[in-house]
Design a binder for this molecule. Sequence first.
Ligand SMILES: Cc1cc2nc3c(=O)[nH]c(=O)nc-3n(C[C@H](O)[C@H](O)[C@H](O)COP(=O)(O)OP(=O)(O)OC[C@H]3O[C@@H](n4cnc5c(N)ncnc54)[C@H](O)[C@@H]3O)c2cc1C
Length: 327
Amino acid sequence: MAETILVVAEQREGKLNRVSFETLAGAQALAKQTGWTVEAAVVGGDIAAVASELAKTAVAKVYAIADPSLEPYTPDGFVAALKKFIETSKPKLVLLPHTYQVRDFAPKLAATFGAVLVSDAVGYKYESGKLLFTRQMFQGKFAADVSLAGEGPWFASFQTGAFRGDQVLAGEVAADVEQVSAATGEIRTHPEAPFQEAKQAVDLSQAAIIVSVGRGIKEQKNIAIAQALADALGGELAASRPICDAGWLPMERQVGSSGQTVSPKLYLALGISGAIQHIVGMKGSRSVIAINKDAEAPIFEIADVAVVGNLFEIVPALTEEVKKAKA
Ligand SMILES: Cc1cc2nc3c(=O)[nH]c(=O)nc-3n(C[C@H](O)[C@H](O)[C@H](O)COP(=O)(O)OP(=O)(O)OC[C@H]3O[C@@H](n4cnc5c(N)ncnc54)[C@H](O)[C@@H]3O)c2cc1C
């Protein structure tokens, strides 16, 4: 079996999902250690443009698995198309971004090969020729290293924020794009129009700067202090779960294991203790500034900048400084 890592990138309406680049970065890092080759595949109807975009990254080849029946997405169509392709191309490892779509079809795809999907991995280890994927267990209280049985193909998906999409290596020359015709067979589902999120819904996973408030904010009216800082920085406002549970901010702004997973360039945690259920949702942030009056708060363990103090004094002063700097 060829020692190839196949990254199945995700696209919707001709736009690549950002998490696909994170998975590619993970695959490239793994390939550097193992000496394996990275290839990418994308599946859909009209995917020429996204295939060319993928070809700019440092991959050996891009496969455009296209058929009109693959648009819109259906689990039957994607499983049939990828199964046929993987049977022929025989990658050692198939890596996918852990998106809702991947959760929908990838376990079945793996099962058709008598394999499992090692889902939502936060990293990998390659030790003495053995590949292990790290998965969080029991709400992040434990990390389990999962080994893979058999000769492959193996299947794994990476959690959002496990790798940094901006660290994907660009190719010296564009990779070849091979068109793969897909036989999808019977498609038993007929999707309705895609779900339209409410206009005010925010996708925190795309935000570059997030100002997040926790119970240290004390009262709903004080959220204005954090909003002012978010506005000054041009960032999004987010919160820990108790804030959303109390209805002080909408649920869509919750970060954590039962909220959104975010990986901004800058995450400001204001009055957040750093419970594991919160940490799992923001640990992929590039820089974390935490302001907390308790010097022992667990959030400081993962903060790049730890500010021990009263947020009601620090945050307004910080907002003024940001405004001055930007003026
Ligand atoms: C199944 C399950 C799922 C969960 N999912 C999530 C989730 O998705 N997201 C999430 O966030 N939580 C989640 N939780 C809840 C989580 O366990 C914590 O209870 C929660 O994250 C705590 O929120 P907090 O840090 O805002 O509050 P607290 O833990 O009460 O911390 C408040 C912090 O504010 C500080 N503080 C107080 N006053 C000030 C001040 N004036 N200036 C500066 N700092 C101050 C305190 O020192 C303290 O550290 C979940 C729990 C369970 C059981």
